[in-house]
Design a protein around this ligand. Sequence first.
Ligand code: ADP
Length: 489
Amino acid sequence: MEKYIIIIDQGTTSTRAILFDLKGNIIFTSQKEVKCYYPFPGAVEQDALEIFLSVNDTISEIMVKKNLAPNQIISIGITNQRETTIVFDKNGEPLGKAIVWQSKQSQAICESLEDKKDFIFQKTGLILNPYFSASKIRYLLDHIENGQERAQKGEILFGTVDTFLLYRLTNGKSFKTDYTNASRTLLFNIFEKKWDEDLLKLFNIPSIMLPEVCDSASNFGYSNILSSQYKVLISSLIGDQQSSLIGQACFKEGDIKNTYGTGCFILTNLGEKAKLFSNGLLTTIAYGINGKVTYALEGSVLIGGASIQWLRDKLELIKNAAESEEAVNKAEDEVYVVPAFVGLGTPYWDNNCRGAIFNLTRNSSKYSLIKATLESIAFQSKDVIETIKKETKLKFKSLRVDGGASNNNYLMQFQSDILNMKLQKGKIFETTSLGAFYLCMLNLKKFHSIEEIIKFHQIKQIFVPNMSKEERKNKYKKWKLAVKATRIF
Ligand code: ADP
């Protein structure tokens, strides 16, 4: 009987269970939407139980639709939305809602610690921001009856989504996380590779509520999810962006990838020594494999593919995202859109500016707007990559790309042109789940080394720059001016 691995990709908008055979082919995917709740302005929440049930349902669908026996699944791996915070009791019952990474509801807690932001950065590599888990834990404990007291007694546990799912899947037997998820909490010392006493004190979070931190490929525990008679091994836990770094086989220092989803997440492998950089770049843990931790430098674009959703849903200029690609040929002029709908990410980290459009003429049409919006994704990504280049002095050979908007060939060609850099796309498009799959294969000793993964990784498409130096310089100069003007307004 053929054997398989199931990867759970628990994202913000949906949960997917992906069935891989041991040759790395995707055999089947089951997907279920997960609701977001917006109880008051700035707050984004999810129901942790609904997240768990969606995992249960998608796994069941695979087993039924592919008519599989439980023992055909030799392992499960989990990759997940990062930073989202859940507190739960010893029975795995969530206490309150999960606070989603995007949520700003713990902003006041961060503001009260403003004078400690450098202290926090020096230990975690992160900026003091409600985005990360620590202030969300504090917020939840403050909103649960006797929260602090119960947490101190060990009655309340904290987990990012990976930990909560693991706890439920193993009936409370495993209370663990991996280095990548831990490194996004604002409580983890990335240099000492352990929960940081000073940071725990700062946020007044009892250490007893924190999970054990393990390598991303480990024996995390056994689950009865497939049948009461059969225990399946959970072999990997990893945050989604780090998983796609692995799925792109970015194992060498200076390997760099960009995931073009709702936002864009650019990560570059920093090697085994943690280093801090300025200009809004975050140092984070890329993975822990065989007892060794590797670091990554991360920069993000807040509005990437989401700007294409804006064209579709608010301006109603296109019926679907793919239509944007054909539209560019009909544009007659050079418009600049700065989609700062929620401010700007790396390197600006400007929460206050809002979007703007520049350089309109009588010839400006909806097509010009569509083209400019697509190009803004590439310009913003260049802003991040130029910052990484400048700060690290690393030389990049090529950029590995994935995510929904990387399906747009115009965008990818323009990205290659404006960066003057080769772009490459992997054969397996599901790079996020592929990373967690590779980790399972390592843990199961089906792969024996990282070199084996590098050899296994296949490239499907390459984009080569084809724009004159002068045109590139000219366009990027105008983009920078547009950003400057947006921020002044
Ligand atoms: P996420 O994981 O953040 O939900 P995905 O990787 O699924 O994101 O990508 C979805 C995003 O990609 C959406 O914002 C969508 O607008 C954008 N997108 C999808 N296809 C295209 C396309 N062909 N051209 C441009 N943008 C696209």
